[in-house]
Design a protein around this ligand. Structure first.
Ligand SMILES: Nc1ncnc2c1ncn2[C@@H]1O[C@H](COP(=O)(O)OP(=O)(O)OP(=O)(O)O)[C@@H](O)[C@H]1O
Length: 574
C-alpha cells in the first residue's frame, strides 16, 4: 500500500520549487512524445521509402532523426537538471530540519532509540528520499506516458492486433515477474547473510585482543567458515535463478512474438495492415514493454522511499519531552545557590532518587559519593534538565529551573562527563567548544589550569593536532584534562565533574585536585562526583548517597566522627 500521508507531506516540500517541477514535467512529456515517434518513422521508411522508393523522403528522414535525437537529448538533460535541483533542495531542507530537530530532542529520546537507528534515518532514509526525487517520480511519470502513448498508437494502427497483444503480453509479463521475485527472494536472504558475515568480521577486528588472549580464534574461524559456506550456497542459488532468467524470458517472449507475427502477418496478407504498420506495431509493443517492466520496480522504490519518509517524519514529529515554557526566563549568573528540594525521580521503572534535598551555596565545593548505580550521575542529568524530576524541584537562586530558559541554564554549568567526550577535530577546536569567541591565549590559559598544556605541546602539531575519531589517540586522563580545559574556558558559575570510576591514575587525580583547589575561582560552585577518598576529602562537604537517598553529609572530619557509612565506603583508605 502506498503511504499517502507521507507522500503528500513530501510533495508539500516540493511546493516552493513548483516552477522547476512543472518545467521538468513538460520536458518529460516532450521526451516521451519523441520516443513515440521512432516506430512511426520505421513505418514511413518501410511503406513510403522502401516500397514506394521515395529517396527525397529518405534524405529528409535521415536528417530528421539526428534532429529528433538532439531535441530528445536536450529535453532529457533539462528535465534531469531541473528535477534534480528541486529534489536536492528538498533533501537539503529535510536534512537541516532533521539535524536541528535531533539537537532539540530530550535525552530520553536518545535513550529509547538506538544511535545506529537515528543515524540510519538521517543518512540511508534521506538517500532513499533523494532517489525518489531525483529519478523515481520522473521515471514513473515517463513510463506511464510512454506506456499509454504506445498502446494508444497500437490501437490506431490495428485494434484487433492490439486487443490480442493485451491478452498475450501480460501473460509474458507475469511469468517474468514470477522469476524476478524468486531472484529477489534469494538475494534478500543473501544480503542478510552477508550482513552476518560483516558483523562477524567487525566483531573479530574490534575484539581481536580478547579473542587472541582467550585463544578462541578457532571457535570464531569455525563460525565464520559455516556462515561463509552458507553464503556460497545462497550465492549459487541466486546465480542459478539469474542464469535461468534470460533464456526463460526469451523463450516466453518468443511465444508471444510468434503469435503476433502470425496474426499480424495474416492482416498484412489480407491487406488490412501495411508491412510498415506491422513492424511499427511490434516496435510500439517493444516500446511499451520497457516501461511495463520498470513500473513495478518504480512502485517498489516509491514504497521504499515513502517508508523512509515515514521514518524521518516520525523523528520530526517527536516533540522534545523537555521544553521551555512560554513564561521561561533566561538567567545570566548564579548569585546565591542551587537548591534541590525533595526530589523523586525514576527513568520510567524503578525509583532512582528519593526524597533528595540538598542546598549548595555559591562558592561551595562539594563531593558526591556513593556506590555505582546510587544515582550520582542522575543528579547531574536533572540539574542540566536532560530529565525533569517526577516530584520536587531544583531551584537556582530561588527560581525553579523549569521556569528558566534551558539554554541559559546550561550556559551556567560547565560539565566534565564521566566518559569525557572528546569530539572530532583539533585540540584547539575541542577546547574552544567551551567558548567559541575565546582567543588563543585564553585557550592556552584554560589548558594550563587543567594541566593539559604540558602534554598538548608534546603532540606532533601541538594545539592543531587532529584528535581523530572521538579522540581515540588520547588516554582517559588526557581526554579528561581536555574536557576540563573546555569547561574552564567556558568559565561558568557551576562546574560539575563526573569522575570516571576507574580510568584515572593517581597522577591525573592530582592534576584534577590541583585544578579544583587552585585554578577555579572561589565564587564557583563545584560539584565533584567521585569514587576515591583523596578526591573528596579536602572539599567543603561530602554527600554520601545510598540507593538514591542522602545517607550522610558533612566535611571529611565530621564524617569521620559521625558516619559509619563513610567507613563502609572508604574503609580501606581511612
Ligand atoms: N537512561 C537511563 N534509563 C534507565 N535507567 C538508567 C538510565 N541511566 C541510569 N539508569 C539507572 O539508574 C541508576 C542510577 O544511575 P546513575 O548513572 O545515576 O548512577 P551513578 O551513581 O552515577 O553510578 P556510577 O558511579 O556507576 O556512574 C542505575 O541503576 C542505572 O542503571
Amino acid at each position: 500500500m502506498i503511504k499517502g500521508k507521507s507522500l503528500f507531506r513530501l510533495l508539500n516540500y516540493l511546493k516552493p520549487y513548483g516552477g522547476l517541477v512543472a518545467g521538468a514535467l513538460i520536458m518529460g512529456i516532450l521526451g516521451a512524445g519523441i520516443s513515440l515517434i521512432f516506430p512511426w518513422l520505421v513505418k514511413i521508411i518501410i511503406d513510403r521509402v522502401l516500397i514506394q522508393k521515395d529517396l527525397l523522403l529518405l534524405l529528409f528522414i535521415t536528417f530528421g532523426i539526428v534532429f529528433i535525437f538532439f531535441i530528445k537529448g536536450l529535453t532529457s538533460y533539462i528535465q534531469n537538471l531541473w528535477v534534480s535541483k528541486a529534489g536536492f533542495r528538498v533533501i537539503t531542507k529535510l536534512r537541516s530540519e532533521l539535524y536541528q530537530h535531533i539537537y532539540s530532542l530530550s535525552a530520553s529520546f536518545f535513550q529509547e532509540n538506538p544511535t545506529g537507528d537515528i543515524i540510519s534515518r538521517m543518512t540511508n532514509d534521506v538517500t532513499n528520499i533523494q532517489n525518489l526525487f531525483s529519478h523515481t517520480f520522473m521515471n514513473i511519470f515517463m513510463d506511464l506516458l510512454i506506456l499509454i502513448g504506445s498502446i494508444g498508437v497500437c490501437f490506431y494502427i490495428n485494434w484487433k492486433l492490439t486487443t490480442l497483444s493485451i491478452v498475450v503480453f501480460p501473460l509474458v509479463g507475469l511469468s517474468i515477474d514470477y522469476l524476478g521475485k524468486k531472484i529477489r527472494g534469494a538475494s534478500h536472504l543473501l544480503q542478510s547473510k552477508t550482513a552476518v558475515l560483516t558483523q562477524l568480521i567487525e566483531r573479530t577486528v574490534s575484539g581481536i585482543k580478547i579473542i587472541q588472549s582467550y585463544v578462541s580464534g578457532h571457535y570464531e574461524v569455525e563460525k565464520f567458515e559455516k556462515e561463509n559456506e552458507l553464503n556460497f550456497y545462497l550465492a549459487m542459488k541466486q546465480a542459478k535463478a539469474k542464469a535461468l532468467l534470460t533464456p526463460l524470458v526469451e523463450l516466453v517472449s518468443s511465444v508471444g512474438l510468434t503469435i503476433m507475427i502470425w496474426f499480424g502477418g495474416r492482416e498484412v496478407v489480407f491487406g488490412k495492415l501495411t508491412p510498415g504498420g506491422l513492424v511499427a506495431f511490434l516496435g510500439y509493443i517493444a516500446t511499451a514493454a520497457a516501461p511495463l517492466s520498470h513500473i513495478s520496480n518504480g512502485i517498489q522504490s516509491l514504497q521504499q522511499s515513502l517508508a523512509s519518509a515515514e521514518r524521518i517524519f516520525e523523528i520530526l514529529d517527536t516533540a522534545p519531552r523537555i521544553q521551555d515554557l512560554p513564561e521561561s526566563v533566561p538567567i545570566h549568573s548564579v548569585n546565591q545557590e542551587i537548591n534541590l528540594k525533595d526530589i523523586y525521580f525514576s527513568y520510567g521503572g524503578e525509583v532512582i532518587l528519593k526524597n533528595f534535598s540538598l542546598q549548595i551555596p555559591k562558592g561551595e565545593k562539594i563531593g558526591i559519593v556513593g556506590p555505582s548505580g546510587a544515582g550520582k550521575t542522575t543528579l547531574l542529568n536533572l540539574l542540566l534538565r536532560f530529565y525533569d524530576p517526577d516530584q520536587g524541584r531544583i531551584e537556582v537562586d530561588g527560581v525553579d529551573i523549569r521556569k528558566i530558559k534551558m539554554s541559559s541554564l546550561r550556559q551556567q554549568i560547565g560539565v566534565v562527563l564521566q566518559d569525557s567526550l572528546v569530539l572530532g577535530g583539533t585540540v584547539r577546536e575541542n577546547i574552544l567548544y567551551g567558548n567559541l569567541n575565546a582567543s588563543m591565549d585564553e585557550v592556552i590559559d584554560a589548558a594550563q589550569r587543567a594541566h593539559a598544556h604540558e602534554f598538548i605541546v608534546r603532540l606532533e602539531n601541538s594545539y592543531d593536532t587532529d584528535l581523530g575519531d572521538l579522540g581515540k589517540r588520547l588516554s582517559g586522563g588526557q581526554k579528561q584534562r581536555i574536557a576540563i580545559a573546555r569547561a574552564l574556558l567556558k568559565n561558568p558559575p557551576i562546574l560539575v565533574l563526573d569522575e570516571a570510576t576507574s580510568s584515572l591514575d593517581p597522577e591525573s587525580e592530582d592534576y584534577i585536585l590541583d585544578t579544583i583547589h587552585n585554578h577555579i575561582g572561589k565564587d564557583k560552585i563545584v560539584i565533584l562526583i567521585a569514587h576515591s577518598l583523596r578526591m573528596v576529602k579536602d572539599l567543603d562537604r561530602i554527600v554520601l548517597i545510598k540507593d538514591g537517598e542522602i545517607q550522610d553529609i558533612g566535611a571529611h572530619q565530621e564524617l569521620l566522627k559521625n558516619s559509619s557509612y563513610y567507613y563502609q565506603i572508604f574503609g580501606r583508605d581511612l
